[in-house]
Design a protein around this ligand. Structure first.
Ligand SMILES: Cc1cc2nc3c(=O)[nH]c(=O)nc-3n(C[C@H](O)[C@H](O)[C@H](O)COP(=O)(O)O)c2cc1C
Length: 227
């Protein structure tokens, strides 16, 4: 087994951050470390134990560059769209508070360096949520959507936790999905049957000390017995 950081379980769960600026692009990752993370990923649950997942590990520079370009195009598109805040595009929203500016600075850095991560990881699930499961449905039911996303998000997070335990940083990203079909062509993913969930850069971290992040107070989000 590869080397582990001396982290307690709660520490692992509370310090697995979205790492962007502290990714060490110069340090290679041994394939066996990724294999261990994948073995841990597939201990996650799936509905009826379907195990309807696939995992793409991209290490070839040309493919990483092509995916990074799709991500950058996706981010440009996203930033140009209207945000939930009236009169504000996402570009404006992203710098509208100090906390958002901090995330935006970090996101900009990753945007620039995306392909430099030694590994880009793409969790996938069989079946799509953007086409109806049965011909008479217009959109997949919430139940179907839940089953699809719920089939892969826990495994992807298991992978990210296992990576952190081994000194690797990750960041869940999704903006390449505006061009998911093009990404599928780069890798050879059968787009009509398999949906990509995210594009996750993986690299050793610069330093290993990460902290729990500030979050909204429990009183705003937890509902015991009644909403
Ligand atoms: C579904 C999802 C999509 C995300 N998409 C992106 C993305 O496209 N680009 C990016 O830099 N970060 C993305 N993130 C990372 C979030 O910005 C990050 O998880 C959040 O800011 C909390 O970070 P923290 O846990 O380090 O506090 C995404 C996270 C999730 C869960």
């Amino acid at each position: 087994m590869s080397e582990h950081l001396p982290l307690g379980l709660d520490e692992l769960l509370t310090t697995t951050r979205a790492v962007r600026r502290r990714l060490d692009f110069s340090r290679p990752i041994d394939r066996k470390v990724i294999d261990e993370c994948l073995e841990i990923a597939v201990q996650a649950p799936t509905p009826s134990n379907l195990q309807n997942w696939h995992f793409v590990v991209v290490t070839e520079l040309e493919k990483k560059k092509a995916l990074a370009d799709l991500y950058r195009r996706g981010r440009e598109l996203y930033l140009s769209l209207p945000s939930a805040e009236p009169g504000m595009t996402y570009r404006e929203w992203a710098v509208s508070t100090p906390a958002r500016q901090k995330v935006e600075q970090s996101a900009l850095y990753l945007n620039k360096h995306f392909e430099e991560a030694p590994v880009l990881f793409i969790p996938c699930v069989t079946g799509r949520t953007d086409s109806p499961a049965k011909p008479k449905d217009t959109v997949p039911s919430v139940l179907t959507q839940s089953a699809q996303w719920g089939s892969i998000a826990p495994a992807a997070w298991n992978f990210m936790l296992a990576a952190r335990a081994r000194g690797l940083g990750t960041c869940w990203t999704s903006l390449h999905l505006y061009f998911e079909r093009e990404a599928a062509e780069i890798i050879g993913i059968p787009y009509d049957e398999v949906m990509q969930i995210s594009l996750i850069p993986v690299a050793y971290t610069l330093g290993v000390d990460f902290k729990a992040a500030p979050r909204a107070p429990m009183t705003e989000i937890v509902h015991w017995d009644t909403w």
